[in-house]
Design a protein around this ligand. Sequence first.
Ligand code: ATP
Length: 330
Amino acid sequence: MKSHWRESAKNPVEAVALAPDRPSCLSLRGVKDRAESTYAAELDGVVKRYGSNTALDGVHLGIEAAKVTALLGANGAGKTTAVSVLLGLTAPDAGRVELLGDVPQRLAARRRIGVMLQSAALPDTLRVRELIELTSSYYPRSLRLAEVAHLAGIGDLLGRRYGRLSGGQQRRVQFALAICGRPELLFLDEPTTGLDVEAREAVWAVIRALVDEGCAVLLTTHYLEEAEALAHRVAVLVRGRIVAEGTVDEIRAQGVSRRIRCVTQMTVEQVRAWPEVGSATRQDGRLEIETTVAEPIVRRLLDADPRLAELEVRRAGLAEAFVQMTRESA
Ligand code: ATP
């Protein structure tokens, strides 16, 4: 995801802090309505066009408190634009945007959020301690330095210059900056890209702990295993439209949810004709069947071929459902 921060800002957090505190002419709902929203942040029928290119095409997206919402989408699907609109950095052409019960441009709302993007243009010469202290100063009730360092696993990096850190270490510092303000709403873009397995598990643990305390998280990612591990809800964006929304299990169920493999003398053509068979192919000498319901097909296979062997039934993952939805909706 690309960065769309204001040029005068040195980093994403500062961009949020520096953005003018102006009400959006597109936020039409009154104070009473706003108070009734159950979401920490919301896009409601949001449209954003860049010339003839429609980046967001009537997007509805609610980010609930104390939950991780994953926004999934291929390159160019509109994820950055959606986040940018939620942060009040890009004005939508139509629709309503709400951030912590207010318009996103308000400083008060922005001081309750944390942001971690993929490309954070942080000053190379500042030491990690200075970066955290500077960022913490934007927030009214930030965490203590030692606490941030402990949570992000960067206690040994505080005296180092940011520009001299490895990619994975810089990523951990960016995570520290996103959480140092004790956010009620956290925007995380591919937060664990470049992290080793241990660091990734540690970041996931902190995200879960923040969520347990009520923090709402919007996770934008290509890394579906991360969404599977963390997300309570998933929204799939294809060419600016949400094509599926639900829990990870619900999204999985919308795709081909079972894969059956076996060694059999049955031909692909015979099996393809059966009801409920999505597709049948032969790979590495095995018959492979995609379906939404495995049991009737397994029974039929066993009846039809007494010599059938090496039977496997596997639940398809989020990745397979995502690929299928992206392909079908494109
Ligand atoms: P990626 O995963 O590659 O970062 P994304 O899902 O974040 O992609 P966006 O960056 O939101 O996608 O882009 C959505 C569409 O809007 C793309 O077609 C992109 O080319 C276009 N777009 C985004 N920003 C601009 C801009 N400032 N000017 C013109 N077109 C833009």
